[in-house]
Write a protein that binds this ligand. Structure first.
Ligand SMILES: Nc1ncnc2c1ncn2[C@@H]1O[C@H](COP(=O)(O)OP(=O)(O)O)[C@@H](O)[C@H]1O
Ligand SMILES: [Mg+2]
Length: 241
């Protein structure tokens, strides 16, 4: 039995009259890439926001390894090894691509030499050499996302939370990104991956969870989840991307 690195126990979040997340429980097995799918507005990002500390659950609890982390701040959680990538990229647009990596490394307490070496190797791994000295603001959307991957992996987190990393990314960079995730996974990295891209979910995630209207409606082997009639209906019923 593979151990869970994250245990989410019946978390909920309400916005006014809208129950965005309703008693959701999730276990992320150590070393897995767990898929989280569901139509627009089903509560995926809200779950990620609670995991990364941007939002505090109204009820329920979250554990990282055996430590309860419910209500901890995002910066505290990054220090503990829980890193989140945003649907909207958050690079510093007036700094070069490589400087963005260096800043991220410094913020995580890396030594200068180690920081330089690691930034250099990530730039190569993410195929960003041609643009490494350009202001990050000049990079394409996909390149910014690759850069953000790099920033998150200056110090590899215990768990990487990815919210729609492939959305609106050029297919070539999408390939680089999925290769990056696969390579890291091979080295034991744990991911939670929110994506609308079903072929990529199928390719990367052995196990998936599907949410609809704030609740989990199916979980298990990705193929079974995607074939589940309630899942198909949820996608057909709602507005899908
Ligand atoms: N900050 C917020 N304030 C009010 N409502 C929100 C907020 N964030 C999300 N919601 C609502 O919560 C529901 C779930 O949203 P979200 O978690 O973004 O879904 P998904 O990521 O699956 O598309 C939606 O109805 C959305 O409008
Ligand atoms: Mg979302």
């Amino acid at each position: 039995m593979i151990q869970s690195i994250i245990k989410v126990d019946a978390i909920s979040k309400r916005f006014g009259g809208n129950q965005a997340v309703d008693r959701v429980s999730i276990e992320i097995p150590q070393g897995s890439i767990l898929g989280l799918i569901g139509p627009n507005g089903s509560g995926k990002t809200t779950v990620l926001n609670m995991l990364s500390g941007e939002l505090i659950p109204d009820e329920g609890s979250i554990f990282l390894e055996n430590l309860e982390i419910t209500g901890k701040s995002p910066s505290n959680l990054v220090q503990l090894g829980l890193t989140r990538m945003f649907q909207m990229t958050k690079v510093f647009v007036r700094l070069s691509a490589i400087d963005n990596l260096l800043i991220a490394g410094q913020a995580l307490g890396m030594k200068r030499d180690e920081c330089l070496e690691r930034a250099d190797s990530l730039i190569k791994e993410l195929t960003l050499q041609p643009v490494q000295y350009l202001d990050a603001g000049q990079l394409s959307g996909g390149q910014k996302k690759l850069l953000e991957f790099g920033m998150c992996f200056m110090v590899p987190p215990k768990v990487a939370l990815l919210d729609e990393p492939f959305a609106a990314v050029h297919p070539v960079m999408r390939q680089t990104m999925s290769q990056f995730i696969k390579d890291r996974h091979q080295k034991g990295q744990t991911f939670l991956l929110v994506s609308h891209d079903m072929p990529i979910i199928k390719e990367l995630c052995a196990q998936s969870i599907c949410m609809n209207a704030g609740r989990i409606i199916a979980q298990g082997k990705t193929k079974d989840v995607l074939d589940n009639s309630e899942v198909i209906e949820a996608y057909l019923g709602g507005d899908h991307e």
